[in-house]
Design a protein around this ligand. Structure first.
Ligand code: TXD
Length: 316
């Protein structure tokens, strides 16, 4: 991506998460934003509404809504949220079939209209959809990634801050693995202004935070009754887009294609990634305990089950 150019972000799916990501991208003035959805009028209405917030919020991003894939032409970053959200009692894997078909269409259209873009996939079941998107897009692995760990780690940061009564800004953490009940939060890599939380909280409190992080999505689903979380997911996707567009080299947990790292091969899974202009530029391997490594592998198995499911139904 050339310096000084005007960037373009395409939000494919203009539902709750897509619109929220668009809002955060506009607030950060990352570039011009196109909202795409199959529902007629809805992306146009949201784009206009967000445009009208611009004079108050002080951003100048040009926002447009469309039902025509041709309008994503030349996008630098595509944020894909098209699909069905998880409903109460519905597992992420239940979504596999429907969202798999949607992802296939989306990937074909991104490949056609925005062949040089970097793609951030948000649609659930996350790591499986990213793998599918990667296969259908035919892009280099660095330009296809998934948003989940960024959200999961933000949740854990919030929970630690709430428990300790400290600023969320001081809390840092890393969450690995698949986006689901088998994610692998890393309490040993969780700090408050450099102090490990193991020195600040008793083990049972840490265990409770880890559990709450794992169930973080479900907690919101149960409260909302319809639909799932969207502010924090939208903010997380925008944060990834920011690091790519501004070449910030932020080290964030993202779903990335592993080929050998952490002893895993040919799967998308949440790992620490350096995000810059070339996308997922580097996967960072950190030391984790045997137990965490085992959990990471269990998590990868869950993703592989989803990938097999896609093969069974003939989508992959
Ligand atoms: O951490 C994460 N990765 C997640 C994932 C966090 C939150 C939400 N997560 C998943 O993102 C969720 O389970 C869903 O699979 C997606 C989107 O969630 P959202 O809450 O935004 O769902 P909405 O509001 O229903 O929006 C989905 C939009 C909706 O406007 C549909 O009309 C549109 O997707 N849609 C399509 N757009 C384009 N093309 C096709 N084929 C299509 N089908 C539906």
């Amino acid at each position: 991506m050339a310096a000084g150019k005007k960037y373009k972000i395409a939000c494919i799916g203009a539902g709750n998460v897509g619109a929220s990501a668009a809002q955060y991208c506009a607030e950060m003035e990352l570039g011009d934003i196109v909202l795409f959805d199959i529902v007629e009028g809805m992306p146009q209405g949201k784009a206009l509404d967000l445009t009208e917030a611009g004079p108050i919020r002080g951003y100048g991003s040009v926002l447009t809504g469309t039902n025509d894939y041709a309008d994503i032409h030349g996008a630098d970053v595509c944020i894909v949220t098209a699909g069905l959200p998880r409903k109460p009692g519905m597992s992420r894997l239940d979504l596999l079939n429907t969202n798999g078909k949607i992802m296939t269409t989306v990937a074909e259209n991104i490949a056609k209209h925005a062949p040089d873009s970097t793609v951030i996939i948000v649609t659930n079941p996350l790591d499986v959809m990213v793998y599918l998107g990667f296969k259908k897009l035919g892009f280099p692995k660095e330009r296809v990634m998934g948003m989940a760990g960024c959200l999961d780690s933000a949740r854990m940061r919030a929970f630690v801050a709430m428990e300790l009564g400290v600023s969320m800004k001081n809390v840092d953490t890393m969450v690995l693995g698949s986006h689901g009940d088998h994610m692998v939060p890393l309490p040993h890599h969780t700090t408050v202004s450099g102090i490990p939380i193991t020195k600040l909280l008793p083990q049972e409190k840490i265990d409770a935070i880890v559990q709450r992080t794992r169930k973080g999505g479900g907690e919101i689903v149960a409260l909302l009754k319809t639909g799932s979380a969207f502010y924090a997911p939208g903010a997380s996707a925008a944060r990834m887009a920011q690091s790519i567009i501004r070449d910030e080299k932020q080290l964030l947990p993202c779903s990335a294609y592993v080929n050998g790292q952490y002893g895993l091969d040919d799967v998308y899974i949440g790992v620490p990634v350096v995000l810059g202009k070339d996308g997922a530029e580097k996967i960072v391997e950190i030391e984790i305990s045997d137990e965490e490594r085992k959990a990471l592998h269990t998590s990868a198995e869950e993703v592989r089950t989803g990938i097999s499911g896609l093969k069974e139904v003939g989508i992959l």
